[in-house]
Write a protein that binds this ligand. Structure first.
Ligand code: LUZ
Ligand code: MOS
Length: 759
């Protein structure tokens, strides 16, 4: 049954056998064509001329599609309509799609691509947010949140510090690259199998580009080989392109990006250049905080405005600051449009206040821990966006972590080690995390579930949830198994399909299990009510004495003869519906953008991590000795899955902060364009020890079965890795000038170790 201790991600069985299906595994129709995208070889310029003749003449090339072949709108922008599917007269980033080459094989299409001649008159290239700001190149108007009165706040401060920070982008590096397979159905209808987090976005955008009604486009998703936000918006163009070719050719078309194309053409986590001003009282209370975040949005809006907003929501992390003023500016540059990435702007905001605290601690001569601890969020504190903090676990997770893991002893160990060693130094940092759960755009917080009980008692469930390794399908099965009290093997989760569950929000914002789980729960409960009624008539007892347990009907706690399967056939004979469709919309949440105030989050997730590192001071390399976490799962419904989410997110956060270095040259060309030049954490670089203790809490009613969202929050524990390394550097080199420029790569560590030193 659905025992939460023993439940595994049920996808793991087909994963380890290599039987799990991805887009590239779809059985393709005979005669399917293969497509490759021709993209801009310059970051900014006027297209003067393109010669496709040699490519078109190549044997096996079917056709090359450009914007001229678009029957509807050449527009794929979501929040702001500022992004063409294919470039027309201008290119705005290196890797911007210009044409789709369709051929009999992918090899031929690729060869054809190399035969295209393009002449671009180059225009000035902007690669950083600061350059964009200087030139007045923006996506939209800036946004600001404020609380209290920062002027008065700073006037009352004993200490005031200002500084600058930078955090770089991050490549999603989902194992399964972007891709889609489109096939023609009758009457000009198109079915798309897509590796997308947002099937409805694919459907809607395809309909818009083709100039057809949405009902003509069906999108189906079995699962993704990872998304991490990279497939929330940016799975769409490839699906639309494949559908466009299918529409014209009346033949199936497969378009799967290879890794190089994917790295070059897709956006990443947004780099941020930020400035801050922090003011503290003598007793280390943060009385005022100001920050300006320059977001490098890339060449089009994509999800940037929503991501910018979440930066503001999380700008004070787990701290209560009475006077806050934060502004975010989405800067338009000539990079691929940057996009959603686990944390969605939140991590970028948190890095800045943690930097401000580290700087203040250094200048005042206290530990960052003292400042962090003095300012943790309390029950009924107000966030800068007006929401009142409830069921706050900031202090609880912090105190649990520092007590259970004995922070004094850990700090002493680090100090002793550093006294005894001159060529290796240890550093320790604490990282508290507070993350709001819900799409910040309130209207997106809804989902539906369609539940069928089949004649034989087996159950099929369709929701809007996209399985991408996070185990959401297993959680949906647990819910149905629990409500019906039948073995989990009787339940199947269907593919995510726009004809079964329509008008969906993407699987994102850590909210997929909550939203779709609540809808599933509602549908299952409605069916259960109906079944109980049939059982009560059959057993001639009153309905409220009836319970379903272990595959049987129980009456007043006593097992009856009536089994689940018999009950189902009796229900069918009585012509009672065995199907239910339920809709769930998160209650209580609202947000007023004209005031920048409201209650946007259903609840918050809290936690605290203690990270310890050892730096090799001759080489600049480092290892993470341990990460000790106290995390707020609520009441986890699937402990193994949730632990997996914490561990994976932590590794991804550490990677972002310490080793993954995206590099573009001044011409806007991606230099970190392969796994030889872009380093993600591997088995050797993940922490030697990761311990996670669940904080003991009641859980939250808006979380599915009180089991809180777990996808994104733990990523931000990784921010502590930056400061742990910095503390180790300080132990080696007292003259080191604190820098807040992530990632802290070994190269930077080495330079910092010998910063201002006469060697
Ligand atoms: N996607 C989105 C997200 O569209 N809105 C959000 O608030 C969000 N938050 C986190 C991750 N993805
Ligand atoms: Mo997201 S960053 O697609 O939850």
């Amino acid at each position: 049954m659905s025992n939460k201790q023993s439940i595994k991600n049920l996808d793991s069985y087909t994963h380890v056998r290599g039987e799990s299906l991805y887009v590239d595994d779809v059985n393709i129709r005979q005669g399917t064509f293969h497509a490759v995208v021709f993209d801009s070889p310059k970051a900014h310029g006027h297209i003067k001329h393109i010669d496709y003749s040699k490519a078109e003449a190549l044997e096996g090339v079917v056709r090359i599609f450009t914007y001229k072949d678009i029957p509807g709108k050449n527009q794929i922008g979501g929040i702001i309509p500022d992004e063409p599917l294919f470039a027309e007269d201008e290119v705005h980033f290196w890797g911007m799609p210009i044409a789709l080459i369709v051929a009999e094989t992918e090899f031929i299409a690729r060869k054809a691509r190399s035969l295209i001649d393009i002449d671009i008159e180059e225009l000035p290239v902007i690669t950083t947010a600061k350059q964009a700001k200087a030139k007045g190149s923006f996506i939209n108007a800036p946004r600001s949140f404020s609380l209290g009165d920062t002027e008065k706040g700073f006037a009352a401060c004993d200490y005031i510090f200002e500084g600058e920070t930078f955090s770089n982008g991050q490549e999603h590096l989902y194992i399964e690259a972007q891709g889609a397979y489109a096939e023609p159905l009758e009457n000009g209808n198109v079915k798309i199998t897509s590796s997308t987090q947002g099937p409805t976005a694919v459907q809607k955008t395809t309909a818009q580009v083709l100039g057809v009604a949405m009902h003509k486009i069906e999108v189906d998703v079995t699962r993704l080989g990872g998304g991490f936000g990279g497939k929330e918006d940016q799975a769409t163009p490839w699906a639309v392109m494949a559908a466009l070719a299918t529409y014209h050719l009346n033949q199936s078309v497969k378009l799967i990006l290879n890794r190089h194309d994917d790295l070059r053409m897709t956006g990443k986590r947004h780099p941020y250049e930020s400035t801050y001003k922090i003011g503290l009282s003598k007793d280390l209370k943060i009385l005022a905080y100001q920050a300006e975040f320059l977001q490098n949005s890339g060449a089009a809006a994509d999800l940037s405005p929503a991501i910018a907003e979440r930066t503001l929501f999380h700008a004070t992390n787990s701290y209560f600051v009475p006077n806050v003023e934060t502004t975010v500016i989405s800067c338009k540059t000539n990079l691929p449009p940057n996009t959603a990435f686990r944390g969605f702007g939140g991590p970028q905001g948190m890095f800045v206040i943690e930097s401000a605290i580290a700087k203040a601690a250094h200048e005042i001569g206290v530990t960052p821990r003292q400042i962090q601890e003095a300012n943790l969020l309390d029950e009924n504190d107000t966030f800068s966006y007006g929401q009142i903090a409830k069921q706050v676990e900031a202090k609880n997770t912090w105190n649990s972590a520092t007590t259970l893991y004995n922070i004094e002893a850990l700090e002493q160990e680090v100090e002793d080690f550093n006294k005894q060693h001159s060529d290796f130094k240890k550093g320790l940092a604490l990282m508290p995390v507070t993350f709001g759960i819900s799409f910040t755009n309130t209207p997106m917080n809804h989902a539906r579930a369609l539940v069928h009980i089949y004649l034989d008692g087996s159950v099929g469930i369709s929701t809007a949830a996209v399985e991408m390794g996070q185990g959401v399908n297993t959680k949906m099965m647990q819910i149905a198994a629990q409500v019906f009290s039948i073995p989990i093997e009787h339940i199947k989760i269907e593919t995510t399909n726009t004809t079964r569950v329509a008008n969906t929000s993407p699987s994102a914002a850590s909210s997929t299990a909550d939203l779709n789980g609540k809808a599933t729960l509602k549908a299952c409960n409605a069916l259960l009510q109906r079944l109980k009624q049939v059982a009560s008539e059959d057993l001639k007892v009153s309905e409220d004495t009836i319970e379903l347990k272990d595959g049987f009907v129980y009456c007043n706690g006593k097992k009856s003869e009536l089994s689940w399967t018999t009950l189902i056939s009796k229900t069918m004979l009585k012509r009672v519906a065995l199907t239910e469709n339920a809709h769930y919309a998160t209650p209580e949440i609202h947000f007023d953008k004209t005031k920048e105030k409201g209650h946007p989050f259903a609840y918050h997730v809290y936690g605290t991590a203690i990270i310890t590192t050892t730096v090799d001071c001759t080489r600049g390399t480092y290892e993470f000795d341990s990460v000790k976490i106290v995390h707020d799962y609520g009441k986890s419904m699937s402990e193994g899955i949730d632990l997996g989410q914490v561990e994976g997110a932590l590794a991804q956060g550490i990677g972002w902060m310490t080793m993954e270095e995206i590099a573009y040259n001044d011409d806007g060309k991606l230099l970190s364009n392969a796994l030889s030049t872009y380093k993600i954490p591997d088995i050797f670089s993940v922490p030697k020890e990761v311990e996670v203790i669940p904080v003991d809490t009641k859980g939250h009613d808006l979380a599915i079965l009180k089991s809180k969202a777990v996808g994104e929050p733990p990523l931000m524990y990784g921010i502590g890795a930056y400061f742990a390394i910095q503390n180790a550097i300080k132990a080696f080199n007292p003259n080191y000038n604190l820098k807040f420029h992530a990632p802290m790569t070994p190269e930077k560590v080495l330079l910092s170790l010998y910063d201002n030193q006469l060697i």
